[in-house]
Structure formats: C-alpha cells, structure tokens
Design a protein. Sequence first.
Length: 276
Amino acid sequence: MSPPRLTDPRALALYRARAAARPDALYLHRLAADEVTERLGAVNRTFTRPAIVTPFAVAWQGRLPEARIVADAEVLDLTPGAHDLVIHALALHWAEDPVGQVVQCRRALSPDGLFLGITFGGRTLGALRAALATAEAEVTGGLSPRVLPMADIRDLGAVLQRAGLALPVADAFVQEVRHADALALMRDLRAMGEGNALAGRHRRIPPRALFARAAALYAAAHSDGAGVVTPFEFVVLTGWAPHESQQKPLRPGSAAARLADALGSTEHGLPDPAAP
C-alpha cells in the first residue's frame, strides 16, 4: 500500500497557476533569487550550464539568462551530468520526497558541479499554524491541517548528505514581513501560491469565525502596534558533486600538531574508568 501523500498536487497546481498571473505577489521568490544570485557571485567559478528548478520562472527574469528552467515535478526534467550548476528554488518544502529531489539534482551535475537549494525552514509560519489550530479547536471542537509543516535546518542538512553531495553546508536567515493583520497575511500566502494544498485538509468550507478568531490570537502575540510581523526562515543548502580534486577530511589521529600547544595550555588526560 502506498504511503499517504502530504500534498494535493491538483490543488497546488491550481494555486500556482493563479499566482503566476500575479508576479507582484511573488516577492519572497524574488528575494530567494536575489539571495542565490548574491551567493553565486561569491563563488570563484564561472557556470556555463546552469539549471533552475522553480515553479515560477518569472521570479528569475534577468538572472542567469542562460539557465534552463525546470518545473519542480516529482520526476525532474534533468539530464544526468548535463549541468555544472543546479538551483532548487523555493519549492523543496512542497516535495513529497525532498531527498529524491536533491538526488535527482545531484545526478544532473557534472563532476565538481554545484547544487544550491533554498527553501523555507522550520521557523516559517509556526505561529500562524498555532493560531489556526487554537482557533479551530475553540470554534469547531476539532482540528485539521491548515499550514504546511516545514523541515528544520538539521534535517535539511542531512538531506545533502543522504543525496551524496560533497562538502555539504546548510545555513539560514530570517526575513520579517509586515501585514495589517493575519487575514492579510493569509491572503498574501494564497496570492503567492502558498495556500492550503495539504492532502489531509478538510474539504468543507470553514466557518468565518475561525479565521477571525485566529487573527485575534495572532495579533495578541505578534502585533507591534503597526500591524503583525511574520518571520520567514530561509534555509540555503550547498553541496558539490563529488570530484577527486575536492578537499577530503583528515583521517582521525593524523594531526601533526597538538591543540594544547596551539592554545598554550596544559593537556590533562582523562581518568581511567577502570581505575578504583
């Protein structure tokens, strides 16, 4: 029996089609594109065969014009070994199989090619998820999934290792976004294609009081007097297709100098646990 799906692909495709008609709403995707472009500028390498996995090609206009744009389908339209750079751009959080997505990107890289992914991290929309859950329990006495769970940076870093990428690095930054209230935040999320496309969501129309109550709870915890502030955590994943020229970790016990000497301190041995 197949495992239950996280995402309703038809709903997600519908939300994204609506968002594509509103490029002004894709400001977080443009922010992700800006961040990736800036990081690439710091890499001492010229990439001539890039590919970008993204649901919104419009967010990448004017950046890497020679790149091949690839939709974030479950099976990526990537040719093995064809690219020296593959970017997975703000779509990994909706993937049924994040490891599989990164593995496909790694296979598309030529030796010593760069994988660079950016996705939402675990601190994204946690407060909104909690406000909606509390409001739904109060208003209906039940609970249903309404906000996509996001992976934390440790789990995302492990994805790089499981995909077989060398020199894996995961780091994060937070972008705060201000809205008039939680209702405006939810409208903004739908406008950028981030509506509730969870497969396990309730399909019936929720009572209007639910969202009003959630907005009140959210404002009580996150209002600064001029609106509500929502943190979006972006996790950036970097790894390289293995190549013999890359640095290798030293073999344990192969150090040529003692740490105590470098620190100018006295080294003390650990007590023998077998000693009385």
